[in-house]
Design a protein around this ligand. Sequence first.
Ligand SMILES: Cc1ncc(COP(=O)(O)O)c(C=O)c1O
Length: 395
Amino acid sequence: MTERFLSYGRHLVDDDDIAAVVEVLRGEMLTTGPMVERFERAVAERVGAKHAVVVNSATSGLHIACLAARIGAGSETVTAPITFVASANCVKLCGGTVHLADIDRESLSLSPAALQRTLAAHPSVKAVMPVHFGGLASHAADLRRIAGSRLLIEDAAHSFGGAYEDGRLVGSGAYADMSIFSFHPVKPITTGEGGAVVTNDDELARLLRLFRGHGIEREPARLVALDDEGTDTPPPWYYEQHELGLNYRLTDLGAALGLSQIGKLDHYLARRRAIAAYYDERWRGLPHLAIPQSAPGERARSGLHLYILRFDYAGLKTTRQQVMAELRKNGVGSQVHYIPVYRQPYHRDGVDRAAFPESEAYYRECLSIPLHPGLTDAEVERVIGAVRNVCMRNG
Ligand SMILES: Cc1ncc(COP(=O)(O)O)c(C=O)c1O
């Protein structure tokens, strides 16, 4: 039997997940029915937040978070350049400005020192948006302190189930006003496509719900134009649009899958963490290889969406493309996460790459290797063998 190709990330869907979705398919509501409400309660409970607003992607979540934060023309924000483009794009979709601040070498996330410098240069920044890269939430207390009274909106797309340095859960509101999770198939749990914004703030939650659904208000006490209908009580068909929103609703199908998956999150995280800790151990002593995000305790609290290695390709007398091809020959996938945002043609105007020495060094060296809960022990050994070969033959 041929061995399966191991991609850097993959969903794990069992028969009971499938049964949960089929049950919805046989029912009355395919979208925004009882499963959405149940899933929202489960997400909020899991991370210890007062409110969870589920959406059809983390990108949608970031967008409504920016809208709820009233980011608009003239609003300035800060985020990190080593992230998927969605983090910065959602600010720009709202008409705001993005200042990028360099990452920290070890955590690969927004550097507190770089944030401090950026805020000194742009004191009117309204929101700080750290990215918990790969699932690891770092420097939470420092970033909160430096952000001061500004809004702190976490891109926690990678870190559902992860915890801060002090053990409190990402999404609990310990350090952020809003946290955004992704439930894309390669993330800690999946709804197919999907995401959530969590917050402890009642007003932000109300706005998030409004922006998720076209800006339409149905709450009787909030209606403002009933006079036009010649009545004090809303007629059955009645609603009012109060904001400019979108359709970012999650389906009941996705919510049923998410609800089934969330029950397995601890098991999935334990498997991800065990594999990561084992990888860490097996690279010790290999030449021209560095292992970020592996300081004591970090693996055990990370959402571990990604497992990243940093290669000195020149030292190994090879290139990243050759390493990727060599791994692929052994059925081992790898990927680059991510091209720095400021290198993208859409975002690069006026950016001096020299201002981002850590992001540049990271981009030169990084490679994500397979990490997902469905990897068998034999597959983990196959990944280790392939990586060790690359380092030993050329080292
Ligand atoms: C850091 C980060 N933020 C946001 C997103 C967007 O997530 P989604 O695909 O659920 O829209 C991603 C996707 O990979 C991501 O990596």
